[in-house]
Design a protein around this ligand. Structure first.
Ligand SMILES: [Zn+2]
Length: 207
C-alpha cells in the first residue's frame, strides 16, 4: 500500500505536466485556427464590400485538400484589395499582439502565440510560393501581382513584400527592444497597403 502511494506520488507530477502540455497544445492550435479565420475573413469582408458575392470552393494542391475564396469578376484595383486583405488582417493582428504584449515570448500565452505563429508561417509559406511561382492559381500573391502595373508585377516581388514584415515581426518577437524593427515592419506594411492606390490604374483588365 505504501509502495503504491509512493508510485502515485511519483506519477502525479508527470500526469499533471502531460495535462499542461496537452492544454497548451490545444490552446496553440486554437490560436492558429483563429489566425486562419481572421485571414480568410479579410477576403470575405472586402469581397462583400465590393458586392462581388464571395464564397468558397474546394481546391486540391499536391494532393492536399484545401479551400479557396471565390468571388465574381472585379476591377484590378478591387482584386488587389481582396487578394491582399488576408495579409492586411494578419498585419493588424500581429501589430496588436506585438504592441500590446512586446514580451509575449516570455509569457505563457499559447493561444496568442498560436495566432502569431500562424501569421508568420502563413506569410512565409505564401512568400515561398510567390518567389517560386508555385501553388494553385487561386493563391493570394498571384492575384496581387496580376493587379499591379501595366501588365502585372513579377510575383517574386510580391513574395518579398509579404516576407519582409514576417521576418521583421519574428525578429521583434525575439528582440522586443529593437525599435528600428518595429518601425521598419510598420513601414513595409503601410507601403503594402499604399499599393492599392496604384493598382489597376493602367493595363489590361483581369481575364
Ligand atoms: Zn488568403
Amino acid at each position: 500500500m505504501k509502495a503504491l502511494a509512493i508510485i502515485a506520488l511519483c506519477l502525479i507530477p508527470g500526469i499533471a505536466s502531460a495535462q499542461t502540455v496537452a492544454r497548451k497544445t490545444v490552446s496553440l492550435l486554437a490560436g492558429a485556427s483563429m489566425g486562419l479565420v481572421v485571414h480568410e475573413s479579410g477576403h470575405l469582408i472586402t469581397g462583400a464590400l465590393f458586392d462581388a458575392h464571395p464564397g468558397t470552393k474546394p481546391i486540391r494542391y499536391a494532393g492536399i485538400p484545401f479551400f479557396a475564396i471565390t468571388h465574381e469578376p472585379v476591377t484590378r484595383q478591387q482584386e488587389f484589395v481582396i487578394s491582399s486583405a488576408g495579409f492586411w488582417m494578419q498585419h493588424v493582428g500581429t501589430e496588436w499582439l506585438l504592441t500590446a504584449r512586446p514580451h509575449l515570448r516570455d509569457e505563457s500565452r499559447p493561444f496568442l502565440k498560436g495566432v502569431l505563429i500562424f501569421n508568420l508561417a502563413t506569410s512565409a509559406m505564401y512568400a515561398g510560393a510567390a518567389i517560386g511561382r508555385l501553388g494553385p492559381p487561386e493563391r493570394d500573391p498571384l492575384g496581387m501581382s496580376r493587379s499591379l502595373g501595366r501588365s502585372g508585377w513579377p510575383e517574386p516581388v510580391i513574395g518579398a513584400l509579404i516576407l519582409a514584415p514576417a521576418l521583421l515581426d519574428g525578429y521583434r518577437y525575439l528582440k522586443p527592444d529593437q525599435r528600428w524593427a518595429v518601425w521598419a515592419s510598420r513601414g513595409v506594411k503601410a507601403a503594402f497597403m499604399a499599393l492599392t492606390l496604384v493598382a489597376g490604374r493602367s493595363g489590361r483588365p483581369l481575364p
